[in-house]
Design a protein around this ligand. Sequence first.
Ligand code: DGI
Ligand code: FE
Ligand code: FE
Ligand code: FE
Length: 188
Amino acid sequence: MELTKIQQVLKSTLSQKRYQHSLGVQETAIILAKKNNCSIEKASIAGLIHDCAKDLNIHQLLNYVEQFDIILDSVTKKQTELLHAVVGVELARREFGIYDQAVLDAIRYHTTGRENMTLLEKIIYLADYIEPSRKFPGVDDLRKVALSNLDKATLMATNQTISHIIFQNKLIHHDTISARNSLLCMKE
Ligand code: DGI
Ligand code: FE
Ligand code: FE
Ligand code: FE
């Protein structure tokens, strides 16, 4: 499906706020891709589509899990905010005709990250964090670091996410921990 057509579909299926967020992630991902010699086309499409399943309710998400034979790990079964990333990959493939594995992986890991993230995965993970409509303490700092050091910014984002999950007393996904550990080990 063409990019403008995908935008049309998302505009009619996502809430206005989520659609604006998706455009913000697309735009931010393009900026980060240019700065880091990553494919602009892949960053653009992954940024736009990453939350395509985010506005589905739990019932709809679980229906897709069954319909698409998705196997859930024990943490994702319990922390339903993680479901939209796995279902999003299948919708990207089946509804939007995206078959580029690098793009699908960027969607798949945009919430947790994972060990040894690719450049595109870091760009989408971070763009999701810092796009213009995001407002949380420290976001301006993170925006600045993201423009100069992608790995450092991604590590900061994983730290902040993990602190937040602990504060909420929720389960930390192993991919979230692996993302942080592998970024921390890269540093020196
Ligand atoms: O979909 P968005 O709101 O744009 O952002 P997201 O997909 O990055 O994150 C969705 C939520 O998932 C957010 O509240 C942070 C949370 N999250 C990220 N990693 C983990 C997690 N929640 C749990 N329980 N465990 C994780 O490892
Ligand atoms: Fe998301
Ligand atoms: Fe995120
Ligand atoms: Fe998002």
